[in-house]
Design a protein around this ligand. Sequence first.
Ligand SMILES: [Cu+2]
Length: 199
Amino acid sequence: MRPRIQILAIVLGMFMLAACSASTTKPAATDLPSSSSPAKLSVSEPWARAAAMTGASTSGGAGMGQSSAMTGTMPMTGTMPMTGTMPMTDTTTGSGGTSAAYLTITNSGGTADALLKAESDVANSVELHTMTMVDNVMKMTPVAKIDVPANGKAELKPGSFHVMLIGLRRDLKEGEVVKLTLTFQNSGKIQVEALVRKP
Ligand SMILES: [Cu+2]
């Protein structure tokens, strides 16, 4: 009886060792020629801007009264004047119950990839946006994808590309975590947890 337990323990130990060394030698995949190595993504420092669901905004004029409509099923792409009147330079409050998430995507593989979609259950609608300066005003524009070049990176940061959270279903309070599911052209889905904080 006893020897069998010992053998079992040895076998188990060897198995764990093997599993350990397997995980540490994994990066050997990068030794492949860069022309054929697949996209290899890692996401760093994901965070989301603290915002209120109610959109109790200090910047809101008459044009910001959409907060109640935004919780509905309104298709946000196209119909809303995103590039028009929204004063995005004022990010101190969640104007109209919106927020944005930011992160850096690093691609250590030899094949380009692209972020196609982001999803989160904290918002009714999630879009990929960029920001451009037009007549000294920062304006948001939806984009179909955000490229992640081979052996390069894509930075989603304030004043640039971001994940737009539209129609917040709850307040995003500092210190909380927002789960995001990112869908990439080549790498499929990657889940990240964005820390809520102030810019
Ligand atoms: Cu935006």
